[in-house]
Design a protein around this ligand. Sequence first.
Ligand SMILES: NC(=O)c1ccc[n+]([C@@H]2O[C@H](COP(=O)([O-])OP(=O)(O)OC[C@H]3O[C@@H](n4cnc5c(N)ncnc54)[C@H](OP(=O)(O)O)[C@@H]3O)[C@@H](O)[C@H]2O)c1
Length: 234
Amino acid sequence: MDRVVSRPEITGRYLITGASGRLGTALAERLTQTGAEVVLLGRTPASLAHVRMGLPPSAVVHEAVCDVADASAVSALARRLHSDGEPFDGIVHAAGHFARGQLLTMDPQAVHDILATAVLGGHWVAQAFLPPMVARGRGRFVLVAAAAVAPGRGAHPEGTSIPYVVAKSGLAVLGQALDAELAGTGVSVSVVYPPTFEAFARPGVLSAAAVADSIAAMVTPGTPVVSELVLGSG
Ligand SMILES: NC(=O)c1ccc[n+]([C@@H]2O[C@H](COP(=O)([O-])OP(=O)(O)OC[C@H]3O[C@@H](n4cnc5c(N)ncnc54)[C@H](OP(=O)(O)O)[C@@H]3O)[C@@H](O)[C@H]2O)c1
């Protein structure tokens, strides 16, 4: 059975990386439902436009074409999006790549994309977008890891790949360490560990919408801060 954690009223301004993916799309739908302004970040203009077209005409949505692994592109985007002086209320770093297989035969470009998008992307988004949140004294940054690397999970699980596990573990450490570094600033950094999910739920598998509901609750101002959230399967 699919699971709904909570559905708080959400307003404010949010950035979603990987916005044209399954989770990004569901999160954009969830955040715009109650009037939040959302910036959809991805590398492919047509995919972002497709997500936007699926949202209600009244939704306040912007598209931002950007590769999160490119530090100068992320920094330029942040300058543009902050030009009105308004920091984001919440940012969700959901951009990611996945590849199964053995490391010794894996395409080096796939290894690069998995690591760069998750880990470097997380660093560049933090450096570019969190300083204005810290200056204001409020904001939430949620990093999307994976249940495969959830606390206590132990050895490298089957059905995934070394670069993916390394990337998601690195992302989780980034979140924990950055949250400690920002203690007392009013800006929190959280890590969510979803299991396998799909665009639509089926028995035993969560829907992207259910994962998006949990993340929306984490990123909403005024809700209790959850530093780490391990989601169960459907
Ligand atoms: N689906 C699952 O079962 C599952 C389970 C656990 C964790 N996760 C994690 O949850 C997140 C979302 O998963 P999903 O299934 O929604 O992924 P998805 O459908 O594959 O979408 C990934 C998104 O990331 C974007 N992206 C990739 N590289 C990028 C880059 N360098 N810069 C900017 N955008 C980039 C892609 O768009 P473009 O290619 O157009 O840029 C795409 O919109 C990922 O981090 C994934 O690792 C997924």
